[in-house]
Design a protein around this ligand. Structure first.
Ligand SMILES: [Zn+2]
Ligand SMILES: [Zn+2]
Length: 342
């Protein structure tokens, strides 16, 4: 009797718990791009840096780490509202539309087995796991670079990417200010590219191998987190000219958000500025530069509400195709947002 009750309870609660776990993972749980750890580690990193450089009092730390004028700015407030809606949109609407690297990789490993015969099923050493993690991260970032390049250079897609660049102040929450069309476009490149690495790994080591992760993230990027969390922030961290040819520093991404003409369309990679160097989009800061964030021609008066961040890009992008919307110039990244007949 008690056993049957326990079994029934498990049958009811099991799927519920699984659903709750799934929601947690999608809404606030970790993945490579959006992670609550970004927020926590941003504060920890800022704290460590500030202690290291300034040996502060606690109040001074808070005014340094989270200046009220930045975190209460209307642009930051819009980010806070957007993130709640966006997590739900990602969970229920866009998530299933993203190209899954794991599913593709799994399929690819089966294809390899069909062509070459069964894989050797080796047991991966720590070195092999680290190399695989690094290769996967490189492929992930190459996909990001290609997608980001298209978002900047193709006027249709730039309309969607303006959502991210319309932020007038940068906080760690700004990383989430991304239109769903941008998420889908980037996954079209990131998914298959990562899948190449995953398919090879699964073929050699077996698909039941756990990929090297730390709380759901590619373990290789964990050390990057303390610094990377300050990418969207007012804290200037440069790695110096030599390293900034290989790894993107927070300062370089802040330059990417700058409205100055010399900064437009530069530093498109997420982790490896190597791709910018190869692709001719690298910008190395000349010392600490003073930056204004946002769109180059000033504030876009139409991108001011959560609804408008979703709707206006769709209206403009398709208006561009149909000839009912004309940006002031044809150069993506430098035109004023202006709707005709909107
Ligand atoms: Zn951009
Ligand atoms: Zn950004």
């Amino acid at each position: 009797m008690l056993e049957t009750f326990g079994q029934n309870l498990r049958e009811v609660l099991g799927p519920l718990a699984e659903w709750a776990r799934h929601c947690y993972a999608q809404l606030i749980g970790p993945n490579e791009r959006h992670d609550w750890l970004w927020l926590v580690s941003a504060l920890i990193a800022t704290d460590l840096l500030y202690r290291f450089w300034n040996r502060p009092k606690l109040e001074a730390f808070w005014s340094y780490a989270a200046p009220w004028r930045i975190y209460s700015h209307p642009s930051a407030v819009l980010d806070y509202k957007f993130i709640f809606v966006d997590r739900l949109v990602m969970l229920f609407v866009v998530g299933p539309m993203l190209v899954s690297a794991l599913a593709l990789g799994n399929w690819g490993s089966k294809l390899l087995a069909a062509w070459l015969g069964p894989g050797p099923a080796w047991t991966p050493s720590l070195t092999a796991l680290i190399i695989f993690g690094a290769v996967r991260l490189l492929l992930f970032d190459l996909g990001h670079y290609i997608g980001h390049y298209i978002l900047h250079k193709v006027p249709f897609f730039w309309e969607f990417h303006k959502v991210h660049h319309s932020a007038e102040v940068l906080t760690p929450v700004t990383a989430y200010r991304v239109h769903p069309v941008e998420e889908i476009l980037v996954s079209v490149f990131q998914g298959p590219l990562q899948a190449l690495g995953i398919a090879g790994f699964y073929y050699l080591y077996g698909a039941d191998q756990t990929l090297m992760t730390f709380v759901g993230m590619n373990a290789v990027i964990v050390p990057y987190f303390l610094i990377g969390s300050l990418t969207h922030s007012h804290v200037w961290i440069s790695f110096g000219p030599a390293l900034e040819h290989i790894f993107i520093s927070p300062a370089q991404h802040q330059v990417h958000h700058s409205t100055a003409p010399q900064h437009l369309d530069t530093n498109l990679a997420q982790y490896f500025s190597l791709f910018d160097w190869i692709g001719g989009t690298l910008y190395i800061p000349k010392g600490q530069e003073t930056l204004d964030f946002g769109l180059s021609e000033g504030v876009d008066s139409e991108l001011k509400t959560v609804w408008s961040l979703y709707w206006v890009p769709l209206k403009r992008a398709f208006g561009l195709l149909l000839g009912s919307y004309t940006p002031l110039t044809n150069a993506p990244g430098s035109e004023t947002a202006k709707s005709v007949g909107a």
